[in-house]
Ligand binder design. Structure first.
Ligand code: SF4
Length: 226
């Protein structure tokens, strides 16, 4: 049995793997502590959920042919050494595999990439300013190493950034755009912060109109999800 610790399961999603219907497995635990995290209950290493991996597999067996993919999200899925086995089991069932990651463990990401079809890599800030968001020294270096890795790997990927009005000004996004463009570009999706489930709230909405055009440069294709 995989030792994957499960924090939750979304049985059907059309939004978590581009162009595919997915089940989303929320993995427990994260080494970072972003103030705006909308899944703070997933940060502790031990799950509050009573769901285990065997139950998830049982559910997936019944969805074979009805869902295209399984997305491992979190928390931070690459925190767990059981992830590689879990991915193998899901692939053997015929599902495509997606991964949502912050890039906190580039060494593990490297091991996993050969078995992953699509990666959504969270980009929180310019790499030199990560600590302000994550609260963890060295987090920017780890995220940069992971970003360079997905750029080099044949698996499809997308960078994803949450726009929080107090933490991610447009000027900061301009810096992120320059950095992502410099390392090779690719798809970059920006989504507004949602207070639902997070430990902070009461912020005004950010002006998103025209943002994609202002941030696009070089090989960077920007999409804004409102
Ligand atoms: S890296 Fe993701 S899961 Fe971890 S604290 Fe930050 S937003 Fe939450």
């Amino acid at each position: 049995m995989s030792k994957l610790r499960i924090g939750g399961l979304v049985r059907f999603s059309a939004n978590d793997y581009p162009g595919a219907l997915a089940a989303v497995v929320f993995c427990q635990g994260c080494p970072w502590n972003c103030e705006y995290c909308h899944n703070p209950h997933l940060l502790a290493p031990a799950p509050a959920s009573s769901l285990n991996w065997d139950e998830v597999l049982h559910f997936l067996e019944k969805r074979s042919g009805l869902l295209d993919s399984v997305v491992f999200s979190g928390g931070e899925p690459t925190l767990q050494s059981g992830l590689l086995d879990a991915i193998g089991q899901v692939k053997n069932m015929g599902f495509r595999v997606g991964l949502h990651t912050s890039g906190a463990y580039p060494e593990r990401l490297q091991e996993l990439l050969a078995n992953i079809d699509w990666v959504g890599l969270d980009i929180k800030a310019p790499f030199s300013r990560y600590e302000k968001i994550t609260g963890v020294t060295g987090s920017g270096e780890r995220a940069l190493a992971s970003a360079l890795m997905v750029e080099r790997d044949p698996a499809d990927f997308e960078f994803r950034t949450t726009l929080h009005p107090a933490l991610t000004s447009e000027k900061i996004l301009e810096e992120v755009a320059d950095e992502l463009s410099k390392i090779g570009g690719g798809k970059w999706q920006i989504q507004p912060f949602s207070a639902r489930g997070s430990r902070i709230g009461g912020v005004s909405r950010v002006r998103m109109e025209g943002l994609a055009g202002r941030l696009a440069r070089g090989n960077l294709q920007v999409a804004v999800r409102c």
